[in-house]
Design a protein around this ligand. Structure first.
Ligand code: SF4
Length: 58
């Protein structure tokens, strides 16, 4: 599973609130790839919750 954040991210912080093991938000959400597999459900939930659809899960 590969997770990326597109430049459309508005740094709202929702993904970090949902899954802080994977997402860290400063001026844009960043992905801690090492934690993705262990937090797959949280990643999917964050991707669905992102208001601008910036989280891409492949
Ligand atoms: S939820 Fe979406 S817009 Fe908000 S910080 Fe995360 S990636 Fe960016």
């Amino acid at each position: 599973m590969n997770v990326t954040v597109e430049d459309s991210c508005i740094a709202c912080g929702a993904c970090e609130s949902i899954c802080e093991a994977v997402f860290t938000v400063s001026d844009k959400a960043e992905v801690n790839a090492a934690n993705v597999e262990a937090n797959a459900d949280g990643v999917k939930e964050a991707a669905e919750a992102c208001p601008v659809g910036a989280i891409v899960v492949e």
